[in-house]
Design a protein around this ligand. Structure first.
Ligand code: ZN
Ligand code: ZN
Length: 157
């Protein structure tokens, strides 16, 4: 539990004190995802060459917890691995990866590991699963309209 900068990701989280509401987040993907994944290319007809490629997701945890899942629980290689909850939503901070915490193949293969906080802080937090999903949609649409290449959790998975 060394992470305390919860506030950099959310308007309601405080330094050292996560708000424990729902959050959306953006993770950077390697630019090569656009050339190498036909599925990604097909999902982004308005992609502008040179713009960042990203993954947009939603979580009932803090984005930093989800980042730990993405980094540690990769599809095909999640059994026996562990991830860390920093926000206190789980009573035990370290959990075994499960089928439900694993990361989709596009994310696992192409992520750089960076969260792009400045792109999503203004959307956080959300109160319930429905507004969580709506925020994910809005964020995805906003970024696509700006020319980003986007892979979105529940829309594209
Ligand atoms: Zn928050
Ligand atoms: Zn957590």
């Amino acid at each position: 539990m060394s992470f305390s900068n919860f506030h950099q990701h959310c308007k309601k989280c405080r330094k050292g004190r996560p708000c424990k509401k729902k959050h959306v987040y953006v993770m950077e993907l390697k630019l090569e995802v656009y050339e190498k994944s036909q599925k990604f290319k097909d999902a982004n007809p308005n992609y502008k060459q040179g713009m960042p490629c990203v993954y947009v997701g939603k979580t009932s945890h803090h984005p930093r917890c989800r980042q730990s899942q993405h980094n540690n629980c990769k599809t095909g290689d999640w059994r026996g691995k562990k991830w860390t909850c920093y926000c206190g939503m789980k009573s035990e901070p370290v959990s075994e990866c499960k089928i439900s915490t694993r990361t989709s193949s596009i994310v696992g293969k192409y992520m750089t590991g960076f969260l792009l906080k400045s792109l999503y802080k203004k959307y956080n937090p959300q109160q319930d699963p429905q507004s969580n999903e709506e925020a994910e949609d809005k964020l995805t649409n906003e970024l696509r309209s700006q020319g980003f290449g986007v892979w979105a959790g529940h829309l594209d998975a």
